[in-house]
Write a protein that binds this ligand. Structure first.
Ligand code: MGD
Ligand code: MGD
Ligand code: SF4
Ligand code: MO
Length: 716
């Protein structure tokens, strides 16, 4: 008899509900769960094939490993858990004794998974607030704008199915989110209007959308033009503004100069397109704004998102059916944020104020910041130079910072120079390759998880459908065991990771919510009841939605988003004639994951760079040829196969991110990695300190294939 288990996929942030079928022979098959309130049956190949392939992936780490020989030489000795933990604890204890607790940092990604809590609390237990997360490159601009404006939005896009107008800005749902993509197509079928703001003609445009092919990096000018029209034509929601918004008079005066004509010149759009969008959005009650990753990782990104967030509130689209829903929580349930923000899980304020980057980016890093994580470039600098103070040890779990952070060579140099590098991982990544101790981690199918899903909204459950392979353990159990070893060495400063097992942690998450783990195990998810127009509380200093941000003003930052002709991105220099967009998603890959999986390579065998045929031909570049890319002031290069693509505007090149391979001798090969060439240095966004990963001047030249580092030569 086949057994069907209700679960949730963890291979990307869409978190589709799944049905996992185990047949009589024990074989697993995974598909989407049509009843799941968030994903409604959506699914993709990463969840069906990728999740299973990870279990016995090439390079899967099955046992603890300790380094023998020089760092990065790839000489490992299999060790017992006790020996590996002892070696890790000795290394961390030595750094703490010599340099103090702040010299130990952690790194984790997709912090909202349970592993984020374990890494942050482990570091806090050691007395360090220094954790690197990658939300600066991902959603950071959107989240900090949301925080200072006081909107408290949910996941985004959850009202598409009720909307009469969807405005998609910098989001490529066809690749990034199968669930919202299905809902978008359904919305079009029932006649909802769709506007796509994207330099590229994305597949969403093919659904019959109005396409605003904006010049990269100029969305703030567009949003300010929209605000100008809404104010000038009095299209705002008078009742909502009067009752719930702070700073309308300042805003109205401020947007006067941003005429559609002037903003059209900045964005490359027509004035009529700006006027039409403003009127249409403001006068459609069920209109939803979907703001995507295209607005993140831009210098000025927070203020750009602010302009859209102000528009959303001003026009009364907050928390109404078909608009933009506020987050719906289950009282008593503890999400990642409840651990990160709750006083009982925190360090004292004086310690938190010393977080790396806290002084420069208080709304990101400091004790009152959104992320309460370090400014990553400052942390990397601290590893390399000891400034502003030394960081000598790093505990990494669930992030591949050598590939996914900008400026790979600098990250690698920082990692190589550490006194102690401990990496918990399921596969031998380029970061793990440099570790002193590698701790084997479970993959998603081996982990039981409970999670708040703002998109449902629901509390959803992920079943451990397989026992851990080898000696793999989950992040909680690793953190508990490592802390025990550290406690024995007298270096635990605060008992801030109080649970003793992963199951106990799951029960702490469920808290006083009234839900039990047993109920979730049976049901798979539990919907959260909610109401619209939840305007009882806006968590801002004025208690209102802040069109004019008093928090930004307090920190000496512009309280209203502005645009200046100097903000128009300069034309690229003649030697670097293309504007490069990085991070364009592919349905097959998730950042640096699955790159060495046979199922994925069959679908998309190599990194691609897409250029408009006319632009490519003018540069003498042929469709299908291998090219080498270079950015100004960088000796490093990246390699990719060129594709003619009319979806990309002339003068622009669009590529993904996350490529790396393993060479036959086991060493990582990073020649295909775009982050070889990107910079994590300034200019930074003034609010959160992220660099731009898009709109970068770039040069491409033909490369004869096969060459070292390209799949033809490097792949096993
Ligand atoms: N298959 C797959 N799915 C994923 C991921 C993955 O790696 N693979 N990653 C997940 C993660 S971590 C994230 S953050 C999400 C991101 O998912 P989304 O938020 O949907 O964003 P992207 O798919 O990155 O699409 C960004 C779009 O912005 C456009 N763009 C670039 N520059 C600009 C600009 O200046 N202005 C505007 N308006 N648009 C611009 C690009 O052309 C692109 O179409 O995807 C998630 N889903
Ligand atoms: N140039 C450029 N750089 C970018 C971006 C860009 O657009 N351009 N995008 C940025 C964005 S939005 C993001 S989110 C980051 C992503 O950066 P990362 O988080 O580093 O991306 P991944 O490769 O998905 O995950 C890295 C590692 O996390 C572990 N891991 C991931 N998921 C799981 C899991 O479910 N269980 C367990 N046990 N381990 C897991 C695996 O060990 C994997 O190797 O990259 C950023 N970097
Ligand atoms: S989109 Fe694919 S990888 Fe992401 S959660 Fe859904 S099935 Fe998993
Ligand atoms: Mo992301």
């Amino acid at each position: 008899m086949a057994e069907v288990i209700r679960s949730q996929c963890w291979e990307c942030s869409t978190f589709c509900g799944t049905l996992v079928t185990r047949d009589a022979a024990g074989r697993l098959r995974i598909c989407g769960n049509p009843d799941h309130p968030a994903s409604k049956g959506a699914f993709c190949i990463k969840g069906a094939a990728g999740a299973l392939a990870l279990v016995d992936a090439p390079g899967r780490v099955l046992h603890p490993l300790v380094r023998e020989g020089p760092r990065g030489a790839g000489r490992w000795r299999r060790a017992s858990w006790d020996e590996a933990l002892a070696r890790a604890a000795d290394g961390l204890a030595a750094v703490q004794a010599r340099y103090g607790p702040l010299a130990i940092a952690g790194a984790v990604s997709s912090a909202f998974f349970s592993r984020g809590v374990q890494v942050v609390q482990l570091l806090r237990a050691l007395g360090s607030p220094n954790v690197l997360i990658n939300q600066d490159l991902c959603q950071g601009c959107r989240s900090v704008s949301d925080m200072v404006t006081g909107l408290d939005l949910g996941g985004g896009g959850e009202e598409i199915e009720r909307a009469d107008l969807v405005v998609l800005v910098g989001s490529n749902l066809s690749a990034s989110n199968p669930s919202l993509w299905l809902q978008l197509k359904a919305a079009r079928r029932r006649g909802a209007q769709l506007v796509v703001v994207d330099p590229r003609r994305t597949p969403a445009v093919d659904l019959g959308a109005e396409h605003l092919a904006i010049r990269p990096g100029t969305d703030r000018a567009l949003a300010l033009g929209l605000l100008h029209v809404v104010v000038r034509e009095a299209l705002y929601d008078r009742m909502f503004v009067a009752q719930y918004c702070h700073g309308f008079a300042e805003l109205a005066a401020h947007v006067t100069p941003y005429t559609p004509e002037r903003m059209a010149a900045a964005t490359g759009l027509a004035p009529a397109q700006i006027v039409m969008l403003a009127r249409c959005y403001a006068t459609t009650p069920a209109a939803t704004l979907v703001l995507g990753h295209g607005l993140d990782a831009q210098v000025g990104g927070v203020q750009t998102v602010r302009a859209f967030h102000i528009l959303l509130a001003l026009t009364g689209h907050l928390d109404v059916p078909g608009g933009n829903r506020r987050a719906k929580r289950l009282p008593g349930f503890r999400s990642y944020w409840d651990f990160i923000y709750a006083p009982e899980y925190r360090l004292d304020r004086a310690t938190e104020e010393q977080i790396l980057g806290g002084r420069e980016f208080p709304l990101w890093c400091g004790p009152d910041g959104w992320a309460r994580a370090c400014h990553n470039p400052t942390a990397i600098q601290a590893m390399l130079t000891g400034e502003p103070y030394p960081v000598r040890a790093l505990y990494v779990s669930g992030v591949n910072i050598a590939v996914t952070y900008p400026d790979t060579p600098r990250t690698l140099a920082a990692l190589r120079g550490l006194d102690c590098l401990i990496v918990a991982t399921d596969t031998m990544t380029p970061v793990a390759h440099l570790a002193d101790v590698v701790l084997p981690k479970t993959v998603a199918l081996e982990e039981e998880q409970v999670q708040w899903q703002p998109k449902g909204p629901c509390i959803s459950y992920t079943a451990a459908v397989l026992p851990p392979r080898g000696e793999a353990r989950n992040d909680t159990d690793i953190a508990v065991a490592l802390l025990d070893a550290l406690r024995a060495r007298g270096v635990v400063r605060h008992e801030l990771l109080p649970w003793r097992s992963h199951t106990e942690f799951l029960r702490v998450q469920l808290g006083d919510s009234g839900l039990t783990l047993e109920e979730l195990r049976t049901r798979g998810y539990v919907p959260i009841p909610y109401q619209y127009r939840d305007y009882a509380r806006f968590r801002t200093p004025t208690g209102k939605v802040e069109l004019y941000s008093t928090r930004l003003a307090q920190h000496g930052l512009p309280p209203l988003p502005a645009w200046d002709e100097a903000d128009v991105p300069p034309a690229p220099p003649p030697e670097y004639p293309l504007l490069l967009l990085t991070g364009t998603r592919s349905i097959v890959y998730h950042h640096s994951r699955f790159r060495d999986h046979a199922w994925a390579r069959r679908k998309e065998p190599e990194p691609q760079i897409h250029v408009h045929p006319e632009t490519a031909a003018a540069l003498g570049l042929h469709d299908g040829a291998w090219v080498e890319g270079r950015l100004p002031d960088r000796p490093e290069t990246f390699a990719a196969r060129l594709r003619y693509d009319e979806r990309v505007p002339p003068g622009v090149a669009s590529t993904g991110m996350g490529w790396w391979l393993t060479t036959p001798d086991g060493a990582p090969d990073l020649a295909l990695n775009i982050n070889n060439c990107t910079s994590y240095g300034p200019p930074w966004d003034p609010v959160i300190g992220c660099p731009a990963t898009r709109g970068l001047p770039c040069q491409l030249r033909p490369l004869p294939a096969p060459v070292a580092g390209t799949p033809a030569s490097a792949w096993r």
